[in-house]
Ligand binder design. Structure first.
Ligand SMILES: NC(=O)c1ccc[n+]([C@@H]2O[C@H](COP(=O)([O-])OP(=O)(O)OC[C@H]3O[C@@H](n4cnc5c(N)ncnc54)[C@H](OP(=O)(O)O)[C@@H]3O)[C@@H](O)[C@H]2O)c1
Length: 309
């Protein structure tokens, strides 16, 4: 099989395409012939050596994969060879996602719905699980709630807007102005340009805020949240944000995504019902993984960037 490997951390030039033996699926695992693998910002953090838990060198970055089960290990086999599957196995441990073959725990995969190509399915796992775990699990989203989603045209955000719409929320989505038509297509009833319109311009009106940019932006969103409301952030907020939220009677949750096959199946169900359509901005050959990561960082695309092994 082919895979991307790096023997040092650093810039995109550390990523090398190499040949390697196919992985062997252990008990409870599936061997997947990867048709598409998507890129997430965290892949770049691993490549650069900036993620707190790094595997030993050499390692292969990447978690999001979609393809077809080629073989199964011993034990229960929920997916027969030939089944189309998608997932983000093992995160944040090494999974070897930028590769033409991957061995993955079957419990961390789900069947790909007919409605999605493999390229679209590869765009879903990490971003989609983050949106699901943020909105549904941490945020306990309810029909009729007023929900604000930031970075709403990015990998996580564009899936979050569609999930919120599927739950019957009244969604305001924030992104740079050129992307606003897409936000409405995904189900946002209102759009905000974060560069010119503060989220609290119309007062504290959101029951739930999903801050898909996260980190330093979270504190400035607090005034837009009603007392008793919840704000979910994807990166560590500035010092003092949590205390301020508590003092205002608001809940702040900082989440870290984890693999979950059952939740992937929920996302697949939304896909089959036509309520969740992954957006792929561009594909690159696996050999151009470094250029693809740089493009994701610099072009600020709508949706996801996908590698084809
Ligand atoms: N905690 C977790 O488990 C977890 C999981 C997944 C992702 N993340 C993190 O969440 C973030 C989003 O991930 P992603 O995959 O959606 O990334 P992405 O596809 O690169 O999208 C991020 C979007 O943020 C927008 N943006 C840039 N600067 C902004 C600002 N100052 N304020 C608001 N929006 C801004 C950009 O669009 P426009 O500016 O054009 O609107 C960009 O498209 C990344 O930092 C990622 O590492 C964390």
């Amino acid at each position: 099989m082919r895979k991307i490997s790096q023997s040092a951390t650093g810039g995109p030039e550390v990523l090398e395409l190499i040949e390697a033996p196919d992985p062997v699926p252990a008990t409870g695992e599936a061997l997947v012939a990867v048709a598409a693998a998507s890129i997430n910002p965290v892949d770049i953090a691993f490549r650069e050596g900036l993620f707190p838990m790094l595997p030993d060198l050499p390692f292969t970055v990447g978690w999001d994969v979609a393809g077809t089960v080629a073989a199964v290990g011993e034990g229960e086999a929920p997916f027969a060879p030939g089944t189309r599957v998608f997932g983000m196995p093992r995160f944040p441990k090494e999974a070897g996602g930028y590769a033409s073959m991957i061995a993955a725990p079957a419990a961390e995969l789900a069947a790909t719905p007919e409605a999605w190509s493999d390229v679209q399915a590869a765009a879903v796992p990490l971003a989609g699980l983050t949106a699901w775990q943020g909105l549904v699990k941490a945020g306990k989203i309810q029909a009729g709630q007023r929900v604000l989603i930031t970075a709403a045209a990015g990998g996580v955000g564009h899936l979050a807007v569609q999930i919120a719409a599927a739950f019957g929320a009244e969604t305001t989505a924030s992104a740079s102005a050129a992307k606003h038509d897409r936000l409405r297509e995904w189900g946002a009833v209102e759009t905000l340009d974060y560069a010119s319109e503060p989220a609290d311009a119309k007062g504290a009106r959101f029951d739930l805020i999903f801050d898909a940019f996260g980190g330093e932006t979270t504190e400035a969103l607090l005034p837009a949240l009603v007392p008793g409301g919840t704000i979910v952030s994807l990166r560590d907020p500035s010092a003092g944000t949590r205390e301020r939220a508590e003092a205002e009677g608001k809940t702040l949750r900082r989440i870290g995504v984890r693999p979950n096959g059952e939740q992937l199946a929920e996302l697949a169900r939304l896909g089959a019902e036509g309520k969740l359509t992954p957006e792929v901005a561009r594909t690159f050959p696996l050999a151009e993984a470094g250029a693809a990561q740089t493009w994701l960082k610099e072009a600020r695309p709508v949706g996801k960037v996908v590698l084809i092994p």
